[in-house]
Design a binder for this molecule. Structure first.
Ligand code: THU
Length: 133
């Protein structure tokens, strides 16, 4: 049983570390794996704006760098600046990369009342690009 509130809290906490001097829009993400391990990430901007890294991709990259071998089951995404902070198109394609065949990742956002609202990764990006599945 996934504790959505716990994942949202972890995402909220890491959003405080966001490096976002240009947009001032902080984002935090926490991705949970089948192993029970979780990894956090925040957005990291660059003065060459297009090089900025989203929180979600930072969290997935951290998982890979830490040797995570299982599949992600859920990711929480939070911004203190915006309720229901949806992942951008590029991050949806990253979700598609890591979601197992026929096995969606729960994408957990925070609604207007601070409650978890859950979407499925396939719902956010149907027919994503895929070479290996
Ligand atoms: N951002 C994320 O971290 N994740 C998303 O899915 C959308 C956007 C960041 C990128 C940039 O640093 C800031 O939010 C404003 O676009």
């Amino acid at each position: 049983m996934i504790n959505y509130n716990d994942l949202l809290e972890k995402a909220k906490e890491v959003s405080k570390s966001a490096y976002c001097p240009y947009s001032k829009f902080a984002v935090g993400a926490c991705v949970l794996y089948e192993s029970g391990n979780f990894y956090i990430g925040c957005n990291v901007e660059n003065s060459s704006y297009g090089l900025s890294l989203c929180a979600e991709r930072n969290a997935f990259s951290t998982a890979i760098a830490n040797g995570e071998k299982t599949s992600p089951v859920a990711i929480a995404i939070v911004s203190p600046n915006k309720k229901l902070c949806q992942p951008c198109g590029a991050c949806r394609q990253w979700l598609c990369e890591f979601q197992k065949r026929d096995c969606d990742i729960d994408v957990i956002l925070e609604d207007e009342n601070g409650q978890p609202k859950v979407f499925k990764s396939s719902e956010l990006l149907p027919h994503g690009f895929d070479l290996i599945k």
